[in-house]
Design a protein around this ligand. Structure first.
Ligand SMILES: [Zn+2]
Length: 282
């Protein structure tokens, strides 16, 4: 058996599909494992595919990522195939410096917006120094990880590289990940205006698992949005007793009847899909 695809880029009607998997469609499928890492007040989500590909979406604030990441990957695993930097706020990116020092990162997906924080400047410099392959996100950029795992970039709708923005949250890379009949939606800190933009496109937003936008803040997670996504499981990634009051009580009220899992109560949250259903294996 040989490795069939590595970063072949296809331009076509479906947009750009970047194949990071090995492409053995007929191999028996195993599980997709998603871990919402306990990084305190911030986001860091690790996805491990059936074909042993690893995706890290954000890396939390400084100093918190290596322990939970090591618990999930094991001591000897050093490769991460794709890093997604949803937006350049410290509670999502400050942990990347440690990740890039400890792990071999093959590809990075980012928006390329202009950001003046030292964390972001240093991170961009580190990426350039290590010559990591970078991909600018837009709604046409999708990844096929083989074994039936597709990472579909929904937002930003357009390439934002080089743009100065007033509110970085509003540029958050939003991805819908599907495996068999199961799906997962990750929105970074996308705000209600971004949710509206996405709703207006008519794109399929439904997902069994939703990481609540902006740590469960009421500046995200509008009623219309939650109705469109209609998750079975909502995940809050936030720190205990955080100063922002995340998650907001109104958002929790909107999710009545749904299963809500929170890193501040559980620590790392591990969800496993066999392609038909999700199981919380904590
Ligand atoms: Zn945040």
């Amino acid at each position: 058996m040989q490795k069939r695809f590595l970063l072949e880029i296809y331009g076509g009607l479906l947009g750009i599909i970047i194949l990071l998997g090995f492409g053995f469609a007929n191999l028996p499928q195993e599980n997709l494992r998603v871990s919402f890492l306990d990084v305190g007040q911030g986001d860091a989500i690790l996805i491990q595919t059936p074909q042993q590909q690893r995706i890290l979406v954000d890396a939390g604030p400084v100093g918190n990522i290596l322990t939970p990441l090591g618990e999930e990957l094991g001591f000897f695993e050093k490769k991460i195939n794709l890093v997604i930097i949803t937006h350049p706020d410290a509670d999502h990116i400050a942990g990347f410096a440690e990740v890039l020092r400890r792990y071999e990162v093959e590809n990075i997906l980012l928006t390329g917006i202009v950001g003046e924080s030292t964390w972001y400047q240093d991170l961009l410099q580190q990426i350039a120094q290590q010559k990591i392959h970078t991909i600018i996100a837009d709604a046409k950029t999708d990844f096929d990880f083989g074994g039936g795992v597709i990472v579909d970039t929904l937002y930003p709708l357009e390439n934002l590289a080089g743009k100065k923005v007033a509110d970085t949250n509003a540029t958050s890379i939003t991805t819908r990940i599907t495996f068999g009949k199961t799906s997962l939606l990750l929105t970074g800190d996308l705000d209600i205006a971004g949710e509206k933009d996405l709703l207006a496109t008519g794109v399929n937003l439904s997902a069994d698992v939703l990481k609540l936008g902006h740590h469960g803040s009421h500046t995200s997670n509008s009623e219309e949005w939650l109705a469109a996504v209609n998750p079975e499981i909502a995940v809050v990634s936030a720190g205990k007793d955080n100063q922002f009051g995340h998650p907001h009580a109104d958002v929790i009220e909107r999710l009545k009847g749904k299963k809500i899992l929170s890193t501040m109560e559980i620590g790392n949250i591990d969800l496993v899909s066999d392609g038909n259903t999700w199981v919380n294996v904590n």
